[in-house]
Design a protein around this ligand. Structure first.
Ligand SMILES: Nc1nc2c(ncn2[C@@H]2O[C@H](COP(=O)(O)OP(=O)(O)OP(=O)(O)O)[C@@H](O)[C@H]2O)c(=O)[nH]1
Ligand SMILES: [Mg+2]
Length: 471
């Protein structure tokens, strides 16, 4: 007895020693989440961020780079063996080939580790050698965060909310017609369940393509290896009386629960809860171009997405993160190279206003937040032309569709963002004073000087906010 306790004691102190020794070699890890709705610019953002960390000549606002303290930057195998690796090399080679193209749509989770060897600054500079800091970048679809709301809803509540919301949407016609012709209390017939799920997924995809952002369950849009499995073979049905056992609606309810416990919860547990810093990318110009309804819809989706960063909101999430907080959240309006820089402050103001409610709450929860307009990969140059006798600030680039060079003026963003957001909130059908255009530009051909990464707008500021304090 005494002996074993003694042995136990020895073991413990040995463990402690090895902890301290490990501590000396401790290499800090920052887990940086990158998210945003479909096509918001996640893949291009990560590719450009990594390329500009590996070659930091164009990162003067990242202080460690400016001070020349980054001795080396290199890619390493990531720590999570079961998450697909972010295909950095393929995305970079698409962007930097002699006929550059934008990378393919990804829409699933992936991860990449960039390690930096950084010399300490100030007093420590002479005393300590360089340290290695690992940055684990995790790319995941913003739509997956929208699924958090499902955790608080029973199948009945979810169904009635969805059916209400889609009642007048043209994209849902087919699905609603099928629901009309289905008896939810009939005995489960698998082909009927599959047809309902297929039509519901069809509706979600059509709605997403038409600019709606409230398209959950998120995994219906990108099933990946879950395609055809029961967790993705359900759909909302109207509630009748008490449904008999083995009925269609009972099985739908069971699968909805399975989706929550086997798809939604594992994502939050294994990925989301481990994030230290987060950037949320928003295609603000794209939404403005799609009109007031799209802007209002996006504001709703952003509020929903950002509520995930307020752990108190959801019992499951609070338990999961146990007081661990995302320390910093950056809201970045992407593709700012569509605008002359004279209009960037207006774009940032719209971004700030779009996320105001959510940001106030995140700040309350202890996270530091900031908003910025960025272009991960600058595809245009700026110019000033004369239009009706007055100077007009434009951008020039190669149009994606025609391959032609064009000068482009997207419209005048208002100084006061509430002019846009107010109209959107009040349910306006079209913008009153302005028509906003969006063009898609091809990425410009790169010819980089040694030590320079790809051209961008304010990626260095984004990096300074997200990781600069730890370098
Ligand atoms: N001009 C310009 N266009 C950009 C920029 N970043 C992204 N884009 C455009 O936006 C599209 C989507 O960018 P991605 O990075 O693939 O977006 P994503 O969020 O990864 O998209 P999914 O993987 O489909 O969710 C690109 O194909 C480009 O057309 C940018 O910095 N400048
Ligand atoms: Mg992507």
């Amino acid at each position: 007895m005494v002996l074993s306790r003694l042995a136990d004691g020895v073991m413990r102190s040995a463990e402690n020693v090895s902890d301290t020794v490990n501590g000396l070699f401790f290499e800090p890890v920052i887990r940086l989440g990158v998210t945003g709705l479909a096509r918001s610019g996640k893949t291009v953002f990560i590719t450009s961020l990594v390329a500009n960390l590996l070659n930091s000549g164009r990162m003067p606002h990242l202080l460690a780079a400016k001070e020349g303290r980054i001795d080396a930057a290199f890619l390493q195998p990531q720590p999570d063996d079961t998450v697909p690796r972010f295909d950095y090399e393929a995305h970079l080679s698409a962007l930097s080939s002699s006929t550059p193209t934008w990378p393919d749509s990804t829409r699933a989770i992936s991860e990449l580790r960039v390690s930096l060897r950084v010399r300490p600054k100030g007093l420590l500079a002479g005393l300590q050698g360089p340290r290695t800091i690992h940055i684990d970048i995790v790319d995941y679809p913003g739509e997956w965060l929208l699924d958090l709301a499902l955790l608080d809803l029973s199948y009945g509540e979810w169904s009635s909310q969805v059916l209400d919301r889609i009642a007048d949407r043209s994209q849902a016609k087919e699905y609603l017609a099928r629901v009309q012709n289905t008896d939810p209390e009939a005995k489960l017939d698998e082909p009927v369940a599959q047809a309902l799920a297929a039509d519901f997924a069809g509706y979600l995809n059509a709605a997403r393509d038409d600019g709606f952002y409230d398209c959950t369950p998120g995994r219906f849009l990108l099933p990946g290896d879950l395609a055809g499995s029961p967790v993705l073979t359900f759909a909302p049905l109207p509630k009748g009386g008490t449904a008999p056992r083995k009925s269609l609606i009972r099985e739908m309810e069971r699968r909805y629960k399975a989706y929550k416990s086997q798809v939604v919860k594992p994502f939050f547990r294994d990925h989301f809860s481990r994030i230290d810093r987060q950037v949320v990318l928003v295609d603000v110009l794209g939404a403005i171009h799609n009109g007031p309804r799209a802007v209002e819809d996006m504001r709703g989706a952003m509020t929903e997405i950002l509520s995930s960063f307020r752990p108190g909101r959801n019992a499951f999430l609070s338990k999961l993160v146990l007081g661990k907080r995302v320390e910093k959240i950056l809201f970045a309006a992407t593709k700012a190279d569509h605008l002359h820089h004279a209009q960037h402050p207006q774009m940032t103001a719209i971004m700030e206003a779009l996320t105001r409610d959510a940001r106030d709450k995140a700040r309350f929860a202890g996270a530091q937040t900031s908003a910025l307009s960025i272009a991960a990969l600058r595809a245009t140059t700026e110019d000033t032309m004369t239009h009706d006798g007055a100077p007009l600030n434009v951008v020039r680039g190669t149009l994606l569709d025609s391959g032609k060079q064009a000068a482009f003026y997207p419209g005048d963003l208002p100084k006061d963002p509430n002019h846009l957001l107010g109209a959107a909130r009040d349910g306006a059908e079209v913008w009153l004073d302005q028509d906003y255009q969006v063009m898609r530009f091809s990425p410009a051909r790169l010819s980089l000087n040694p030590g320079d990464g790809p051209p961008h707008i304010w990626m260095d500021r984004a990096a300074q906010f997200l990781i600069g304090d730890r370098l």
